[in-house]
Design a protein around this ligand. Structure first.
Ligand SMILES: Cc1ncc(COP(=O)(O)O)c(C=O)c1O
Length: 453
């Protein structure tokens, strides 16, 4: 019944319409979840291999997050944040600023999801320079294939041909520089090996030079350097070589530009640190947070900012940040986020994260034993496997074959739900995932690769 109604009345994100409506396609109707598992209306159980699109960090039906939301419901669900505050949002703001643990970040602006957190960061940047004596700083520089969400500003600093080409005329211009994608880098002279390409790349760090050149050319016009720190998700789980983030952020800040970090996917412990930028010596000016912020339970996002930027909006009314959302500072979301942070900051959680990362590391060899695997890369609890037609020369499959999507469809038959980025497969489950569950996920994915390729 829900599937029939869905097909008649709904429209799904990032879902090809004809395939969804095809007579022989049976939509999966999820009715419940528990830990790392999702259950459909027929009682079939699936491992949530991508944390319900990268959101869930504490497992489904976590008792304390659920209890926090229920308790908050008994007080109030939502009240406006325009000219009012509430009991929870300031406490959450303080916790986020403390977690960021950066000298610079002192303020928190709430919104609803990853794209809106980025949109706020971009508009804050533009207005900050416009009203503080540097109106010529209007350019944004961001990474090839970068993805920051689907609102118009967030798309403008994104460079995904597939997702964005149709909207080019409605987007503002932003400059693109090469992504530090060691496996597919044209400057990497190393022959492919059965190892993470970052570990054996031979190059002159042209990816840093490209950023230096961009800023040398017109650094005084650049408002911000915008990046997904250390891991570019939708671009294909591109993992950056150590040091690249710190070096390029230093270049941008030396030229007077702000650094905007998009931690929407990498934040809250996903990539082996509470925030990915904390693995390097970086002091961001603005940071976008969403997804894992509420444990994956409710839509809530935050943009962290420095006091200097915040102060740039003080003065007469005309300097106000005229931007916001009806559900800003939503109490239910804040309650979920505070309960999530309690879990993430507990000693047991760090141990679970380490065990998850170790279980993934132990699985690399299984993937390397498959001839269609060209690269296996990992940052903390994010494991990516890039499939290729010919590993000896990194030749990709013809995109029209949709190999990644077909492997994920086959994995579903083996009890694993995940979505690829092109031909890059992903495992990024909640931190509650056990070693046995990792084993099941890896087994399902390896079988599916064997069946499809
Ligand atoms: C790095 C990054 N930024 C922004 C977004 C957009 O987040 P949302 O889908 O919550 O708007 C995403 C979503 O996947 C993302 O991965």
């Amino acid at each position: 019944m829900p599937a029939a109604l869905d097909r008649k009345y709904l429209w799904h994100p990032f879902t090809p319409t004809d395939a969804w409506l095809a007579a022989d396609y049976e939509p999966t109707v999820i009715v419940s979840g528990d830990g790392s598992w999702l259950v459909d209306e027929r009682g079939r159980r699936y491992l949530d291999g991508n944390s319900s699109i990268w959101t869930n960090v504490v497992g489904h039906r976590n008792a304390s997050v659920s209890a926090a939301i229920k308790a908050q419901l008994d007080r109030i669900a939502h009240s406006s944040f325009l000219g009012l505050t509430n009991e929870l949002a300031p406490v959450l703001g303080k916790r986020l600023v403390e977690l960021a643990d950066s000298d610079g970040l002192t303020r928190c602006f709430f919104s609803d999801d990853g794209a809106t957190a980025m949109e706020a960061a971009l508009k804050i940047t533009h207005q900050f320079f416009a009203q503080n004596g540097q109106p010529r700083r209007t350019k944004f520089v961001s990474l090839s294939a970068g993805y920051h969400g689907d609102t118009v500003g967030a798309m403008s600093v994104g460079h995904s041909r597939l997702f964005h080409h149709c909207y080019r005329q409605m987007l503002f211009e932003s400059d693109e520089v090469m992504s530090p994608y060691c496996y597919r880098c044209p400057f990497n002279k190393a022959k492919p090996r059965r190892a993470d390409a970052r570990s054996y790349a031979r190059c002159g760090r042209e990816c840093v030079a490209a950023v230096e050149q961009k800023f040398a050319a017109d650094g005084e016009r650049v408002a911000a350097w915008v990046i997904e720190p250390r891991v570019q998700g939708a671009a294909g789980f591109i993992m950056h070589p150590d040091g690249w983030l710190a070096e390029t952020c230093a270049v941008a800040q030396r030229h007077g530009a702000l650094v905007i970090l998009d931690e929407v996917m990498t934040g809250f412990g996903r990539a082996g640190a509470m925030f990915a930028w904390q693995k390097e010596a970086v002091s961001p000016d603005l940071v976008a947070l969403a997804k894992g912020l509420t444990g994956g339970y409710l839509p809530l996002a935050a943009t962290l900012s420095t006091e200097k930027i915040f102060n740039g909006f003080r003065g007469d009314t005309g300097r106000t940040f005229f931007h916001g959302h009806s559900y800003t500072g939503n109490q239910l979301g804040c309650a979920a986020a505070l309960a999530t942070l309690d879990i993430l900051q507990s000693a047991g959680c760090a141990d679970r994260q380490r065990r998850l990362a170790a279980a993934f590391a132990a699985a690399h060899e299984r993937f390397w034993s498959l001839s269609a695997v060209g690269d296996v890369r990992q940052e903390g609890g994010v494991l990516a496997v890039e499939l290729v037609k010919n590993a000896a020369d990194r030749e990709p499959f013809d995109p029209s074959l949709r190999v990644g999507a077909r492997v994920c469809a086959a994995a579903k038959e083996h009890g694993l739900l995940t979505r690829p980025a092109g031909d890059v497969l992903l495992l990024m489950p909640p931190y509650t995932t056990t070693e046995e569950e990792v084993e099941l996920m890896v087994g399902a994915l390896c079988r599916a690769i064997g069946e499809v390729v």
